[in-house]
Write a protein that binds this ligand. Structure first.
Ligand code: SF4
Length: 430
């Protein structure tokens, strides 16, 4: 695997970058507290505070994204995501609460579930988000390239892997030639049927999406492209251009959002964001509850608040704009949906359902039992497996025990909920 240099052309935005090291005058990124001070007219005290935090968790903000900040507002939802805060240092949470270190097939290949894996293909992002759940990697100076060849070989040998998620860091921060090489080598592996790319570049640094990235995506279509976006103010003209370019490259577009205090913990803000995305043909896919990662507690929103936001979204927004509201269970036990199921009570066949717009209705749950269709897809096929409707447990007869074991490959019974999807960009999938 060759190492590739970085490039700087940027056709998708009027904010084209020029060559220059990060943090230099010509760089498209602000990385020094002193630059930030000039940009925002910060006091010496504020600059010193930012400096002390950025020594622990580095600072990096694209000039494009900084240009979107509301400098007159005391609480700008975009600057809150980007500017270091002293609150990051008052933390007693863990660096890796999801236990990613314990599910590594190689130092950059994570596998929590049998059928999918996350490849941490890039060591940097366009912006270091202050709430990031992989903050530890920025501290550690993580470099994936030495492990890339070994990881691609491992994916090829693991025949049960059906899906690979490119994450990092941000895959679009790779040189486009290397991005193409990685993408095409994964697509060439016969048992890998689905490839996801998780990125925040089109949102915070649209000029980073190069024509050559787009050509790579088009040549490997279809690629599922997950946009990490948190606020309607991030839906700019440049972002829309990037989305259109991705659509022309035949990507399937979905989004993920992190629920963040002081940024988007409001149903009106999220409704606005999700409906804008639907208009752009981007399906809101995940709303993530914040992971309990060190240095991010000040972004935490209560679960009850999240559930209430989802209730209001269901009552007021188009159904296309409703994402899955999920949390990653600490300890690395996978994702679970957080919304209360709408079932209030069950009396015999009568299921009492709570309406998102208020009130209650009754569904008569009197269907006949489902039985095996003998399709041959599972090992319990034709051996007497029966699945009851109404969320009741599968009956076990004879070899049905094996069917039960197969079901457990992905979901886990946790407090009555089932673990769901396992992929993550830093919030994938992230
Ligand atoms: S991995 Fe995602 S959330 Fe974390 S800093 Fe990079 S872009 Fe932001």
């Amino acid at each position: 695997m060759k190492r590739h240099g970085r490039e700087t052309e940027g056709p998708t935005s009027s904010h084209s970058s020029k060559s220059g090291g990060e943090g230099s005058e010509a760089s498209p990124f602000l990385t020094q507290p002193e630059e930030l001070r000039r940009f925002f007219h910060l006091s010496a005290r504020e600059t010193a505070a930012i400096e002390s935090v950025s020594r622990v968790y580095p600072l990096k903000i694209p000039r494009y994204y900084a240009s979107l900040f509301d400098r007159t507002a005391t609480r700008c939802p975009l600057s809150r995501q980007a500017i270091p805060s002293l609150e990051e240092l008052n933390s007693c949470s863990e660096a890796d609460p999801l236990g990613e270190r314990h599910i590594s097939l190689t130092p950059i290949l994570l596998r929590r579930y049998e059928n999918r894996a996350v490849l941490l293909v890039s060591n940097t992002c366009a912006m270091f988000c202050r709430f990031c759940n992989r903050k530890r990697l920025f501290k550690e100076g993580f470099d994936p390239l030495p492990y890339l060849e070994e990881s691609l070989g491992r994916i090829a040998r693991e025949r049960s892997l059906r899906e690979v998620i490119l994450s990092g860091g941000d895959p679009l921060m790779l040189d486009p030639d290397l991005f193409f090489e990685v993408l095409s080598r994964i697509k060439d592996i016969r048992h890998v049927a689905i490839v996801r790319v998780s990125s925040r570049v089109p949102v915070v640094f649209p000029e980073g999406l190069k024509d050559r990235h787009l050509r790579a995506l088009r040549r490997q279509e279809p690629v599922w492209f997950v946009l990490h976006i948190n606020h309607p103010k991030e839906v700019t003209r440049e972002f829309k251009e990037a989305v259109r370019a991705l659509r022309r490259s035949r990507c399937v577009l979905v989004s993920q959002t992190v629920l963040l205090r002081g940024v988007n913990d409001c149903p009106h803000i999220l409704k606005d964001l999700f409906e804008r995305l639907v208009v752009l043909a981007v399906k809101p896919y995940y709303l993530f509850h914040l992971d309990p990662v060190m240095g991010t507690e000040h972004f935490k929103v209560g679960i009850e608040r999240g559930i209430e936001i989802m209730r209001i979204l269901r009552a007021t927004a188009t159904g296309l704009a409703i994402p899955h509201y999920v949390v990653d269970i600490p300890g690395g036990l996978g994702k679970v949906p957080l919304e209360k199921h709408g079932i209030r009570a069950r009396v015999g066949h009568r299921v009492h359902l709570e309406s998102p717009i208020g009130g209650e209705g009754v569904y008569i749950d009197d269907a006949a039992e489902s039985s095996c269709l003998r399709c041959g897809l599972c090992r319990g096929c034709g051996k007497g497996v029966k699945v009851k409707d109404g969320g009741q447990k599968a009956k076990k007869k004879g070899t049905a025990q094996r069917y039960e074991a197969k079901k457990m490959e992905v979901p886990m019974e946790i407090s009555g909920e089932k673990a769901q999807d396992g992929g993550r960009n830093s919030y994938d999938l992230k």
